[in-house]
Design a protein around this ligand. Structure first.
Ligand SMILES: [Zn+2]
Length: 233
């Protein structure tokens, strides 16, 4: 307190473009106003000193502490973190696919995505070759459904195109879609399927008051349930 605090013109942050801790030069700033949690946040438009990417940085002003040199980069949005429920080996494969994408190596990206998909099948004990047979088995065992099978097959074809010399380059947008679809597929298999299973089990348990309702009883639809006098639910 007392001494005039000089604001920094330079912040340290992790640049989502060049993926390293960098120094970023401030080019414009706003005055901090309290957010909905009464925290005073300040935002800066800055430029990465390494790759020259424009960044929006966020710094919290805490009255107890001097201004910090560390800033959070809030734009461009950093890569999303894959859920812990996804096996580590698959997350590693996928992270390599992302590294290829960030390095603008789009052909290598779709080849890595295809490798990740092979890993997804292997992690489910499905080792059928070629890959399209493995996907068909994923569908026949109920692991994935129609739309997801279609996605997976499209990603496989794109990966095949990447893996063989055709003289054609893989487009950036196709590589970006491949990354996004692979993430959606892994989220579906490892996160949402498990979450939905738990949800169903909870709902089932809640409907079953202390053994009075046989678990094998058919589920009555709403009309017949109100027409007949069933046990208390
Ligand atoms: Zn950078």
């Amino acid at each position: 307190m007392g001494a005039i605090e000089l604001e920094h013109d330079e912040f340290i942050t992790v640049c989502p473009s060049c993926h390293q801790r960098v120094s970023a030069q401030v080019e414009a700033r706003n005055h901090g106003f309290p957010d909905s949690n009464f925290r005073i946040m300040r935002h800066y438009i800055a430029r990465c000193r390494v790759c020259f990417q424009t960044l929006i940085l966020e710094v919290e002003k805490d009255d107890e502490k001097p201004w910090t040199r560390e800033a959070n980069c809030v734009w461009p949005t950093p890569d999303r973190t894959l859920a812990e429920a996804i096996p580590e080996d698959l997350r590693r494969e996928h992270s390599e696919a992302r590294s290829c994408f960030n390095a603008k190596a789009y052909t290598a990206t779709v080849v890595m995505v295809r490798r990740t998909l092979e890993g997804v099948c292997a992690e489910h004990g499905i080792n059928k070759k070629p890959l399209h047979r493995a996907f068909q088995e994923m569908e026949s065992t109920g692991l994935i459904e129609g739309r997801l099978l279609e996605w997976a097959q499209e990603l496989r074809l794109l990966g095949n195109e990447g893996a063989h010399y055709t003289g054609k380059l893989v487009a950036r947008q196709d590589a970006a879609d491949a990354i996004a679809l692979a993430e959606a597929l892994m989220d579906y298999l490892y996160v949402f399927s498990a979450q939905f299973k738990e949800f169903k089990m909870r709902r089932h348990a809640a409907k079953q008051p202390a053994g009075s309702w046989p678990s094998a009883a058919p589920v009555a639809n709403d009309a017949s349930a109100s027409a007949q006098e069933g046990p208390a639910r």
